[in-house]
Write a protein of this length. Sequence first.
Length: 74
Amino acid sequence: MAVSRLARTSAPDGTTLATGAGDGTVILWDLTGLNDLLDHAVERACSLTGRGLDREEWARFIPGLPYQDTCSTT
């Protein structure tokens, strides 16, 4: 079984990821959309679901952190 090698590096500004394989293939990945999603994760989740977690859901999925009303409209 052949073992392949994989290398990766990213641009200093974090917008591009370069991966390279042992066969010489290089792929440049545009991370702009991913970075934007990560920077606005709560807002995106609220817009998709139309609500945040209630106290019971928060306790189930995020134990150990105090409850926050993440999708408050006020």
